[in-house]
Design a protein around this ligand. Structure first.
Ligand code: HEM
Length: 113
């Protein structure tokens, strides 16, 4: 997922200077894969603690729907795992990804249950 913004003042982000009003893009998904912050960042670990992810942004524009999104995901994942308690990635197969999408969405997710 990415966002475009124009900083209201000159700022520095990851060592790079961004002038006032310069169009810049932030990729939250990429920040969540920062190996200097997360151990094994590519692993889906729902119990990760601490978990300073940026999925819902941060600060003044933090996602206003974060609680709803979390509730929907909790209900959805619980229902899925109730129905398929042994759900797991299919042996020897990997997801395929839509690399053209800024959200880096999965195109396929081969599973067995
Ligand atoms: C998994 C689901 C969701 C993700 C990953 C997500 C992600 C984000 C992120 C990263 C931002 C910050 C953008 C920025 O800094 O400029 C944001 C803002 C926002 N989100 Fe979400 N969001 C989700 C679901 C929702 C839902 C369900 C709603 C509404 C029902 C919602 C409404 C908003 C609104 C209104 C903002 C703007 C807040 C502001 O600028 O003050 N989001 N979201």
């Amino acid at each position: 997922m990415w966002w475009c913004c124009r900083p209201s003042r000159t700022s520095k982000w990851a060592g790079r200077r961004s002038g006032r009003g310069t169009r810049s893009f932030r990729r939250w998904a990429s920040a969540n894969l920062d190996e200097t912050v997360f151990t094994a960042p590519e692993r889906l670990d729902l119990g990760r603690r601490p978990n300073p992810h940026l999925t819902f942004g941060r600060g003044a524009h933090n996602c206003i729907g974060a609680h709803l999104a979390r509730a929907e995901l909790t209900v959805g994942l619980e229902a899925l795992l109730d129905r398929f308690p042994h759900l797991h990635l299919a042996a020897g197969q990997s997801p395929t990804w839509d690399d053209t999408s800024p959200a880096k969405s999965p195109l396929t997710l081969p599973v067995d249950w």
